[in-house]
Design a protein around this ligand. Structure first.
Ligand code: ARG
Length: 212
C-alpha cells in the first residue's frame, strides 16, 4: 500500500508500478509530478521509501469514477524492494469480508487526512441491492464495480485509489477492489463502490508488464 501526493492511495502491483484509481490521476502520458510514499504505515516515519512518477497509464474509456474503468497505473522512477499485491481473478474472492485501508478522512465532511494508515472490515454487497441503492443518482456499472459496506465503516475522501483486499485461506492477500466512490461516507443504505479489478486483471497485468 502506498500514499500518493495528490491525496490518494495505491498498491504496488509490480516492483515499479502502482495501481490506483483512474480519477486520482490527470490523464495518461508523461507525469513526473506524483510523489509516492511506500513501505510504511506512518507517513512521517523516517523509514518511508520515497519515489516519483514517470508515466501514467489510464484506459481510454475512463470518463469519471461513476462511469466505470476507474483504474490507472503509475510507473515509478525506480523499482521498489517491497512486496507486491496480486490482483484477484474473482470468484469466491469477491464474497464475504474484505479489508479496506487508507490515510483518508475518518468521517464524512472531515477535512483531515491521517498520518497513520487506518483499516476496516466491510462485507461485499451484491450488485442488485447496490444498484438499487444508487438508482436515483447513477446507474451502477455492475460488471466493473463491486460494492461493500458495514455499519459505520467505509472508505472516504482521500482513500481513493487504495486497495480493498481479501485474505486467502493460506494467509496470502489479494486485491479485490480499488476505492472509487460512494454517496458520502458510511451512510446507511449507500455502500462504498470499488473498481472490480478482476474484470481488468489481464489489461492491468499487460499494461504493467509493458511499463516494467
Ligand atoms: N472518491 C473518493 C476519493 O477520491 C473516495 C470515496 C469513497 N467513498 C465511499 N463512500 N466509500 O478519495
Amino acid at each position: 500500500m502506498v500514499r500518493l501526493s495528490m491525496g490518494c492511495g495505491g498498491a504496488l502491483t509490480a516492483p515499479r508500478v502502482v495501481l490506483t484509481a483512474g480519477h486520482c490521476v490527470t490523464g495518461p502520458g508523461e507525469d513526473t509530478s506524483i510523489e509516492v510514499i511506500a513501505g510504511v504505515t506512518n507517513l512521517k516515519s523516517g523509514r518511508a521509501i520515497k519515489a516519483k512518477s514517470v508515466t501514467v497509464v489510464r484506459p481510454a474509456e475512463f470518463v469519471s469514477e461513476t462511469g466505470g474503468d476507474d483504474w490507472a497505473l503509475i510507473k515509478l522512477d525506480r523499482k521498489l524492494d517491497l512486496p507486491i499485491l496480486e490482483i484477484s481473478s474473482g470468484g469466491a474472492d469477491e464474497t464475504g469480508t474484505q479489508t479496506i485501508l487508507g490515510w483518508g478522512n475518518t468521517r464524512e465532511g472531515s477535512m483531515q487526512q491521517e498520518t497513520k494508515l487506518r483499516f476496516g472490515s466491510v462485507r461485499i454487497v451484491p450488485d442488485g441491492p447496490c444498484a438499487k441503492a444508487y438508482k436515483k443518482i447513477v446507474d451502477l456499472v455492475e460488471d466493473e464495480m463491486i460494492c461493500a459496506a458495514a455499519p459505520g465503516v467505509d472508505s472516504c475522501q482521500g482513500d481513493s485509489g487504495g486497495p480493498m483486499v481479501r485474505q486467502l485461506a493460506r494467509g496470502k492477500w489479494v486485491q479485490v477492489g480499488i476505492v472509487s466512490w460512494g454517496l458520502g461516507c458510511a451512510r446507511e443504505g449507500y455502500p462504498g463502490v470499488y473498481t472490480q479489478v478482476s474484470k481488468f486483471r489481464s489489461d492491468i497485468r499487460e499494461a504493467a508488464r509493458k511499463l516494467s
